[in-house]
Design a protein around this ligand. Sequence first.
Ligand code: ADP
Ligand code: MG
Length: 253
Amino acid sequence: MPTIAFCTIKGGVGKTTLCAHVAAALADSGRRVLLLDLDPQAHASLVLGLETRDGPCVADAFGPRPKHRLDEVVVASPKRQGLFIAPGAPRMAALERELFGWGHRLQAIPRALKTLSWTPDVIIVDTPPSIGAFTEAVLCFADVVVAPVPTGAFALQGLGEIETAWRDVRESGGELVAAVNLWDRRTPATNEAMEEALKDVTVPVLRARIPRSESINQAGLGYEVVFDTSPNAPGAEELRSLAQELAKRAGLR
Ligand code: ADP
Ligand code: MG
């Protein structure tokens, strides 16, 4: 099962935004998508139509004695055909700490997937902005790890840390790529400096340049994706291209 994960130690750079839109775009293109929301803030789950609930969360399917099978955790998105969500929840912060004492924690995801009775075409994963037990398990498992980088000063800060963590835990195969977010056509000098800086990055940089878009931000504020609020708004097309570029890299049919 091709798995695409969004990870960096920096917060506020677009992990959740890119993750939710890539999951939605791949579902819209006819794939059966499973979203694993490993961020206790659960914004990806919310944006894709799940209310905060007291029900089971994705981390309930992890650990030596999981409370639930993944089958019992996954919910069909009320807004999108083909999209299934293993939701996040605030109490996952505590569940993550429990994983640290478990010898198989790097295998948490493939073990949980054994308790799913169907096979998704693609798995999309959101992570918290830190390298804890969840992120390490994801770095170990994902075929494509996407580190969003914001355009501007300090953009590439944090990329080195995620690369080191990824090299430490990953199994054979898999790749780490950078995705440029918050691109602004009105600041050509910044963009030029950014393109220059990107030449020195040691991981592949995706072709897509996701623009800073008021429509993307507004959609998020209303717990929606831009494809549903204004499908032709600036940035929507680039987000669809990002999804297709990633699908190709992950070897998706
Ligand atoms: P992270 O998950 O890395 O913490 P988020 O995806 O939550 O980052 O994004 C942080 C904030 O930036 C959110 O308010 C989001 O709506 C906004 N944002 C992210 N990407 C864009 C974009 N391309 N255009 C406009 N706003 C964006
Ligand atoms: Mg986030």
